[in-house]
Design a protein around this ligand. Structure first.
Ligand SMILES: C[S@@+](CC[C@H](N)C(=O)[O-])C[C@H]1O[C@@H](n2cnc3c(N)ncnc32)[C@H](O)[C@@H]1O
Length: 277
C-alpha cells in the first residue's frame, strides 16, 4: 500500500469512522480522481497534505462525500418498517400516552428514503396519532446526499425501489423528469448535517433511532463508541434499529435485543431491533 493512501485512509477513519481496506484503493482513487483534478492536485499525497492543513473545507467536504457509500432505498428490508408499525409504535403509544410526544432520528439518512419511509409509515397511522407531536430528524455526514434528501426529488428508478404504486401515487407527484414527495410530507422531516463521531447532546433524546447500514463501515472500536453515544441519545424504553447485516455483538453492552413475538426468527439476516436495556 502506498504511503499516501495509508495516510489518507487514516485521515478519513479519524474524521468519519469509515475504514476502507487496502483492497479499496482503486475504488477510492477512482471516486477521488475528478475532485483532485478539479482542485489541481496531482495525487493522493497532495490530498492528504490538504486534509492535514485543513485550509480547504470545500475540498475536504467533496473528498469526504466521495468516500461515503450512499446506497439506500425506500422501506429498505421491509421488516423493520413492519416491526416499527405493528410493534414498536403501539408500544410507544402506550408508554408515552401522557406526553403524547415522539421524537425519531434517522442517524445516517443518506438521500432521505429512510426518513421519508418513516414519515409515510407514521402518516398511515395518522388517526391513532391525532393530537400527538411527532418530530423526525434526519442527519448524514454527506452534504451531497443531504441535498437530494432535502429536495425530496427522486428518479423513476429510485421510486421503483421499495415504493408500491399506491404509496407513490399517494405521496409523490411528477415534476419534470423526477418524482417529488408532496410538500406536507417533506415538511415533516428536518434534515441537517451531522457526524456520528461528534457530540450528540445538542440533538436531545429520541424515542426511536434508525442507524442502519452505516456501522458496518466502521472499525469495532468506533462502532462501540458510536453505540455508546446512541444509547445516551435514546429515551428510557426507546428503540434502536440497526441494519440487516450489522452484528449485535458490540451492541450488547448497551442494549438488549427484543423479540416481541418472534417476527425475526426466520431469516438468517433478519434485521435487528434492539431495546435500551
Ligand atoms: C449505506 S448509507 C445508509 C442509508 C440508510 N440508513 C439505509 O440504511 O438505507 C450510509 C450513510 O452513512 C453516512 N455516513 C458515513 N459515515 C458517517 C458519519 N461518520 N456520520 C454520519 N453519517 C455517516 C454516509 O454518508 C451514507 O449516506
Amino acid at each position: 500500500m502506498s504511503l499516501a493512501f495509508a495516510r489518507f485512509r487514516r485521515q478519513i477513519a479519524a474524521s468519519t469512522g469509515i475504514a476502507f481496506g487496502a483492497d479499496k484503493r482503486y475504488l477510492v482513487e477512482s471516486r477521488l480522481a475528478p475532485i483532485m483534478r478539479a482542485h489541481g492536485l496531482s495525487g493522493l499525497a497532495e490530498l492528504a497534505d490538504a486534509f492535514e492543513r485543513g485550509d480547504n473545507p470545500a475540498l475536504i467536504r467533496e473528498a469526504t462525500d466521495a468516500v461515503t457509500t450512499n446506497e439506500t432505498m425506500f422501506f429498505r428490508d421491509r421488516t423493520p418498517f413492519e416491526n416499527f408499525r405493528t410493534q414498536v409504535l403501539p408500544s410507544l403509544i402506550l408508554s408515552r400516552a401522557k406526553e403524547r410526544r415522539l421524537r425519531f432520528w434517522c442517524a445516517a439518512c443518506s438521500t432521505g428514503q429512510e426518513a421519508y419511509s418513516l414519515a409515510m409509515t407514521l402518516d398511515q397511522e395518522a388517526t391513532t396519532l391525532r393530537g400527538w407531536s411527532l418530530e423526525i430528524l434526519a442527519t448524514d455526514l454527506s452534504t451531497a446526499a443531504l441535498e437530494t434528501a432535502r429536495s425530496g426529488a427522486y428518479s423513476q428508478f429510485e421510486v421503483q425501489r421499495g415504493l408500491s404504486t399506491n404509496m407513490l401515487l399517494r405521496y409523490f407527484h411528477r415534476k419534470d423528469d423526477s418524482w417529488r414527495i408532496n410538500e406536507h410530507m417533506r415538511a415533516r422531516v428536518g434534515f441537517r448535517t451531522f457526524n456520528l463521531l461528534s457530540d450528540y447532546t445538542e440533538l436531545g433524546v429520541f424515542d426511536v433511532i434508525f442507524c442502519r447500514n452505516v456501522l458496518m463501515y466502521f472499525e469495532p472500536e468506533t462502532k462501540r463508541s458510536v453505540l455508546a453515544r446512541l444509547a445516551g441519545a435514546l429515551n428510557e424504553g426507546g428503540y434502536l434499529f440497526l441494519g440487516a447485516t450489522e452484528s449485535a455483538s458490540e451492541a450488547c453492552a448497551y442494549f438488549s435485543q427484543t423479540t416481541p413475538d418472534g417476527v425475526w426468527r426466520g431469516g438468517r439476516h433478519a434485521p435487528l431491533q434492539l431495546r435500551l436495556a
